[in-house]
Design a protein around this ligand. Structure first.
Ligand SMILES: Nc1ncnc2c1ncn2[C@@H]1O[C@H](COP(=O)(O)OP(=O)(O)OP(=O)(O)O)[C@@H](O)[C@H]1O
Ligand SMILES: [Mg+2]
Length: 175
């Protein structure tokens, strides 16, 4: 199932990233597709903000991957039973890779572990290695044009987690 939302500004794209961040768990892999300058890094920054990453997240275009420390809230029955788990946020950008073999050399799969959340910009070259259970996000549009952000829930579990996705009262479209 696809959830399609609109973003008129970079701040709104970050806000959608925050919305996703609040729904993430250890072991999640999120593939972020879209043209150059679509807003993939802006979206990833929103995820980082919601996970409480300190400092700014920059584009890992030249380092391929950058790791941050964040935290995930484990909701208990009441506010007093909520606990936090530390989590690694691994932000990748595979734009500069040219051959699928290089994906294995840089060890992309090492990021698909339970104590990490992995966000991958330009994931296409690694497609065969990505877990089936990943969430695919596509950002359509670039420049100053408004964006459409598509959350593609490949698994029922993602459908459940995304079903109350909403910012500023915007009604999401489901397809
Ligand atoms: N609605 C919008 N959502 C996101 N970014 C927007 C929007 N409107 C304008 N922008 C601008 O588009 C640019 C998006 O840059 P960003 O680095 O996030 O893109 P990217 O998809 O990561 O690009 P790259 O493929 O180079 O990594 C920013 O300069 C941002 O200010
Ligand atoms: Mg980027």
């Amino acid at each position: 199932m696809d959830y399609r939302v609109k973003s008129a500004t970079v701040e709104q794209t970050r806000e959608w990233g925050k919305q996703l961040g609040a729904r993430l768990r250890g072991g999640d892999v999120v593939a972020l597709s879209g043209d150059l300058g679509a807003g993939k890094t802006a979206f990833a920054q929103g995820v980082g903000e919601s996970l409480g990453v300190k400092g700014s997240m920059t584009s890992p275009t030249f380092t391929f991957q950058q790791e941050y420390i964040g935290r995930i809230l484990n909701s208990g029955m009441g506010i007093e039973t909520q606990t936090e788990t530390e989590i690694r946020l691994i932000h990748m950008d595979l734009y500069r890779l040219q051959r699928p073999e290089e994906v294995e050399v840089i060890g992309v799969e090492d990021a698909f572990v339970e104590d990490a959340v992995c966000l991958i910009e330009w994931p296409e070259i690694a497609e065969d290695l990505l877990p089936e259970s990943r969430l695919d996000i596509q950002i359509i549009g670039s420049g100053e044009a408004p964006r459409e952000i598509i959350f593609r829930a490949r698994e029922h579990d993602w459908e459940l987690r995304l079903k109350d996705l909403n910012i500023l009262g915007e009604v999401r479209r489901i397809q």
